[in-house]
Write a protein that binds this ligand. Structure first.
Ligand code: COA
Length: 258
């Protein structure tokens, strides 16, 4: 039997690692997209402490599988499937970190920006090159990229297909950190493990209201935050965190994830 096209490892430290494993260029074929969706659903139904999404060393992911493209009739299920999968990744109720080495192009870039945070190796390259095929991003690129880097830069990148190296990605907010290639996974796993030891239910609440607030008015976002703030006090970790602060000072709480 051949290897799964997407691997899921649940580590003892609470970190789940999702690794694209689809041959040389990690094209996001229909099979990869469907596996990603299934894994995202599993991570939502039974959440780990935090998630790292990664790909190959030279190619994080080369985007949709171009050999599956056809006309508008083929385009609809392709865009529906990738939107479904990337929305499911974005909705995993834990901190989801993309660890990007090499090319993250098209759907690869869209996968990275559906994650909550991007750590890029110095050799990472991001881009939405669909325009060079005469088409446009169909996996959230026009929307999530514009929210990250602003509409003008998103238009420049989507309308020219220009690729962005790690240092520029950091400068424009497409990457959140850049590290030497051999430190990429250690850094991503360390950050994920730190979150996994934290008050994960309240992390989920913070993530949810930040994300929902981006597509609502400030007034509605602030109302959602008030409800989520109250909700956070229903967690055991809020009791543990407050008690620990009062007894031992900041940063010493040992959370239970409940
Ligand atoms: N879908 C399907 N096949 C792809 C692919 C994709 N997104 N990206 C690359 N491939 C195939 C190539 O056609 C080539 O096939 P071949 O070996 O049968 O000739 C093989 O993968 C290797 O690609 P190649 O371009 O020779 O490798 P490279 O290391 O020089 O460059 C990339 C790698 C990722 C930079 C380059 O392939 C690329 O730009 N890919 C397209 C990215 C893109 O447009 N994505 C958006 C899709 S909507």
């Amino acid at each position: 039997m051949s290897d799964p096209v997407v691997l899921l490892e649940r580590r003892d430290d609470g970190v789940a690692v999702v690794t694209l494993n689809n041959g040389k260029v990690n094209a996001l074929s229909g099979a990869v997209v469907s596996a990603l969706h299934e894994i995202a659903d599993q991570l939502t139904a039974d959440p780990p402490g935090a998630v790292v999404v990664t790909g190959g060393e030279k190619i994080f992911a080369a985007g949709a599988d171009i050999s599956e493209f056809g006309g508008p009739d083929e385009a609809r299920p392709i865009t529906d499937a990738i939107h479904g999968a990337l929305d499911a990744i974005a909705a995993v109720p834990r901190f989801v970190i993309a660890a990007v080495s090499g090319y993250a192009l098209g759907g690869g870039c869209e996968l990275a920006i559906a994650c909550d945070y991007r750590i890029a190796s110095e050799r990472a390259v991001f881009g939405q090159p669909e325009i060079l095929l005469g088409t446009i991003p169909g996996g959230g690129g026009t929307q999530r990229l514009a929210r990250l880097v602003g509409p003008s830069r998103a238009k420049e990148l989507c309308l020219t297909g220009r690729q962005v190296k790690a240092d520029e990605a950091l400068r424009i907010g497409l990457a959140d950190e850049v590290v030497p290639g051999d430190e990429l996974h250690d850094r991503a796993f360390a950050l994920a493990a730190e979150c996994a030891r934290g008050a994960v239910l309240s992390q989920a609440l913070a993530k949810q209201v930040i994300d929902s607030g981006l597509s609502s008015t400030l007034t509605d976002g602030l109302l959602a935050e008030r409800d989520a703030f109250v909700e956070s006090f229903r967690t055991n970790d809020s009791q543990i965190g407050v008690q620990s602060f009062l007894e031992h000072g900041p940063g010493k709480a040992e959370f239970t994830g409940t």
